[in-house]
Design a protein around this ligand. Structure first.
Ligand code: NAP
Length: 310
């Protein structure tokens, strides 16, 4: 493939940034990849395993002369990073981010972007429960959605160049309004994560179920909750703090549905339970037909690096 950006600056060198580095290297999409992370340890690892050609102690130095800057830090860290790099961005550069929430990131970043720089917010809907510079792999984005939420007045050439990069890394691209993105993600990712965290917390509190029993019999559904509940605490704290309204909306609806099912169980209303589960089964089949999961036994989860939509 051909080089799409001459110099890519990755700010934050964790799961998403390292997967991007691997994917761009594997396909020759970047002339040079440079990076910055908060800790000297992460920066040293990034050099050691060849994620970056150069690493810098500050984000401001890393973005000098870059034609693509990727903000790949937790959502809560975006504002300070944007303020730092704003004055150092090259004219004509594109800044994108990979944050799991879009409205809060846009509010935090946009004010610091100079008029001659293109800001195109983004969100790769791919991830695992692992984090850090060693957790990335080149195929993370294969066949996964990467949502872009550009402003209406976005530069069409800059948008199509970023779209080319994302597609060349293996992802499918769609554009979306930021508020709609946050609502959709509250349904498909954020609230399910909260439920998983809660369920694992409940099991932990259950004195009657010994640890060994929970682990031994976890394949019966609970195991997927534990995998999701092992996701990075900083990232997920920031998701819930910044997508508060949408998550509270979906959580309210969830609680109402839960009470409906709770009542059906209490009243022994088998018809209602059967109808409800028939409806949800059809949704699952739709997901498989859309190619977003596999119908293989055990959900095809043969390795620990199964991707989730974060
Ligand atoms: P990660 O593996 O935990 O890595 C985060 C990186 O950001 C680390 O390199 C960390 O540096 C760096 N960092 C944190 N605060 C910083 C600061 N103030 N200044 C500079 N660097 C800082 O995280 P990730 O999973 O790649 O997530 C990154 C972003 O992608 C988040 O916004 C998240 O919402 C989004 N996202 C995540 C997933 C997922 O499933 N993981 C999926 C889609 C989108 P140190 O190592 O030195 O601390």
């Amino acid at each position: 493939m051909t080089v799409i950006y001459q110099k890519v600056a990755l700010i934050g060198l964790g799961l998403i940034a390292s997967s991007m580095a691997h994917a761009m290297r594997a396909k020759g999409l970047a002339g040079q990849i440079v990076g910055h992370a908060k800790s000297a340890e992460t920066r040293a690892v990034a050099l050691e395993i060849g994620l970056c050609d150069h690493v810098y102690a500050t984000a401001a130095e890393a973005v000098e002369g870059a034609d693509l800057v990727v903000l790949a830090v937790p959502v809560g860290a975006m504002a300070a990073i944007a303020a730092e790099i704003g004055p150092h961005l090259a004219a004509g550069a594109t800044v994108t981010d990979v944050g799991s929430v879009k409205q809060a990131v846009i509010a935090a970043v946009q004010p610091h972007i100079p008029a001659n720089v293109h800001f195109i917010p983004g969100h790769p809907m791919a991830g695992t429960e692992y984090s850090g510079p060693r957790s990335g792999f080149a195929t993370l984005f294969d066949n996964r959605w990467w949502l872009l939420t550009p402003a209406a007045e976005v530069d069409a050439t800059a948008l199509s160049r970023l779209r080319d990069l994302v597609q060349a890394m293996g992802a499918k691209v769609d554009t979306m309004d930021p508020a709609h993105h946050d609502l959709v993600l509250a349904v498909v990712s954020h609230t399910p994560h909260l439920i998983a965290y809660t369920m694992v917390g409940v099991a932990d509190h259950l004195a009657q179920v010994s640890n060994s029993e929970v682990i031994q019999y976890s394949a019966t559904g609970f195991r997927d909750f534990t995998r999701i509940a092992a996701s990075d605490p900083t990232m997920w704290r920031d998701v819930f703090l910044t997508n508060k309204d949408a998550v509270l909306d979906i959580l309210g609806r969830f609680a109402e549905e839960l009470f409906v099912l709770q009542r059906a169980i209490r009243m022994g209303d088998g018809d209602q339970l059967f109808d409800y589960f028939t409806r949800t089964r059809a949704i699952r089949r739709g997901i498989i037909e859309a190619g977003q999961d596999t119908s293989a036994p055990d959900f095809g989860r043969v390795s620990a690096s199964k991707s989730t939509d974060a």
